[in-house]
Design a binder for this molecule. Structure first.
Ligand SMILES: Nc1nc2c(ncn2[C@@H]2O[C@H](COP(=O)(O)OP(=O)(O)OP(=O)(O)O)[C@@H](O)[C@H]2O)c(=O)[nH]1
Ligand code: SF4
Ligand SMILES: [Mg+2]
Length: 405
């Protein structure tokens, strides 16, 4: 694995009216001609993303968007694409020209404010005309320090913005969230159970496994990696009981039998549910499985157009386990990618994938949407552990408020 997975990068979205200079700003920030710049309003039709190291902050993704002051059918498509970026934005930059802000920018600001997304503002095209002080004060009522600039005349904007980006950057990105750093300590022994079956990708481990392994090494743990078939032998050969055993969710049933009760056991999915979402919410959501009735609809959301393994979990295994646990005839509805259904009211439960390819804010934003629609949300690993009756055990290493099971 090289570089930082895209999902762990700080996502900085650039928003504003058509022709404000969004693409010019992206190109200047990344110092490359990535996005097409032209004086034709509406040049950018699809979001343009660029990942880079933005020192001293580290890995970021800049996202140039289409102006959402667009009209007509095509315009509406662009607006919808841009709105989807809201869910992935950790910091928003609103750019306008010398005319300043009107209701358009104010509405944008309010949307970000309601999502608790920090907003920076840039007033561009100062070479054509300077913004008047009344208009500037209007912007300052929303964002404290608008950056006045002429993007086409130099790179000074980069330094001005960088400082502000660091100031408003969410804490998680400055100190990356711990995978297991608060659970293990140096010299702890941890056993990873990684089944290598026909569904495992050829010749490699999957990203969550690699990230957990690396995190344990960073925490100076002694790590043993085995398949479930060799787990008993491995445990017998380790002199003192390990601090923790981490297994692939799918092998939970057999692994939980082989790991004595006095040893903590959890799964890769549960670790990532905590890192990528909200373990408490997902834990509470899993209890809804027991309330499902015949003909209820369960929404399964996958964050990317995935590979065959996820296909098998979402389309075969989870429905099978839920059927076995509830005895009910449930209808499963699938959604993938950054699309998230507008209407959540028709569902009885949402089960989300492990979200290895997306950032935490997008999942938190989905959790918020579910809460608003009073829809229970959980994720694959937690739903599986619940169905197999081992959820309580799997969450013991973590600080969960246990009220539901
Ligand atoms: N004079 C002047 N022109 C600028 C400045 N910044 C950008 N422009 C010009 O403004 C026009 C629009 O710039 P873009 O960067 O394409 O604007 P945009 O917001 O991406 O536009 P859309 O594609 O509609 O989203 C281009 O012709 C740029 O060269 C500036 O600081 N001064
Ligand atoms: S867990 Fe979600 S984001 Fe990761 S590969 Fe599977 S579907 Fe994609
Ligand atoms: Mg553009």
């Amino acid at each position: 694995m090289t570089g930082t997975p895209r999902a762990n990068r700080l996502h900085i979205g650039i928003f504003g009216k058509r022709n404000a200079g969004k693409s010019s700003l992206l190109n200047t920030l990344v110092n490359q001609d990535i996005s097409i710049v032209s004086d034709t309003a509406g040049t950018t039709t699809d979001p343009v993303e660029k990942a880079m190291e933005f020192l001293p902050l580290g890995p970021v993704v800049f996202i140039d968007t289409a102006g959402i002051d667009d009209t007509g059918t095509l315009g509406r498509q662009r607006i919808n694409k841009t709105k989807k970026i809201f869910d992935r934005t950790d910091i928003a930059i609103i750019i306008c020209d010398y005319k300043g802000w009107d209701n358009y920018e104010i509405e944008l600001f309010k949307e970000f404010e309601s999502r608790k997304i920090p907003v920076l503002s840039v007033v561009n095209k100062q070479d054509i005309q300077q913004i008047n002080s009344k208009e500037l004060d209007k912007i300052k009522a929303y964002t404290k320090q608008p950056v006045l600039t002429s993007i086409s005349s130099g790179r000074e904007i980069v330094y001005k913005l960088k400082e502000q980006i660091v100031n408003v950057c969410p804490e998680d990105f400055i100190t990356p969230p711990s995978i297991l750093g608060d659970i293990v300590k140096p010299k702890d022994t941890v056993v990873l159970v990684i089944p290598v079956d026909k569904e495992a990708p050829k010749g490699r481990l999957i990203l969550p496994q690699v990230q957990v392994l690396r995190d344990l090494l960073d925490n100076r743990c002694k790590v043993f990696v085995t398949q479930e078939t060799e787990l008993k032998d491995t445990l017998n050969e380790i002199k003192s009981p390990p601090r923790l055993v981490i297994t692939d969710s799918q092998a939970f049933e057999s692994v939980s039998k082989d790991v004595p009760e006095n040893i903590d056991l959890t799964s890769f999915s549960i670790i990532f549910a905590r890192m990528k979402g909200d373990l408490n919410e997902f834990y509470k959501g899993a209890a809804q499985i027991d309330n499902l009735k015949d003909n209820d609809k369960v929404l399964i959301c996958e964050s990317c157009s995935h590979h065959q393994i996820e296909d098998d979990i979402a389309r075969v295994k989870i429905p099978k386990w839920i059927k076995k646990k509830t005895g009910k005839n449930i209808e499963f509805v699938y959604h993938s990618g950054h699309d998230f259904p507008q209407n959540l009211t028709e569902y009885a439960l949402l089960i989300h994938c492990g979200a290895c390819m997306t950032n935490r804010r997008e999942i938190l934003s989905r959790i918020m949407k579910c809460k608003k629609a009073e829809l229970a949300i959980t994720n694959y690993g937690i739903a599986i552990a619940h169905c197999l009756g081992i959820l309580k055990r799997a969450i013991t290493p973590f600080n969960i408020i246990d009220t539901e099971e």
